[in-house]
Design a protein. Sequence first.
Length: 117
Amino acid sequence: MQYLGRVLLRFNGQPIYSEKGAKITLGGVKREPVNLQYAFGYSEDGEPAKVECTTALAKGMSLQTLRTSVDGVLQFECDTGQIYMVNNAYLTDSPDINSDKGKVGLKFSGDPAEERR
């Protein structure tokens, strides 16, 4: 049986090749415990999707375009076949550029992720 090993990101159709360790928080309903002495339950709130990855700055790559884009479509494509779509995606932080192998840290957020197959 195959398990997740590699991930390809696409932002508005453009591939973002990430290092190992890209991660997604799916978002959606977040539940917090409620303790009322003799009754127990939970309250609900919404939570956005979050995607973090490290890529490398390639010739011709525009971080300015990524940095200023809003309402994008971000795909988190797993080598096991699952694809998670994050609509209304945007970068939450300005990209970090490290001269060690041109590494760039990217953090995205957007609507809760939807699984596609």
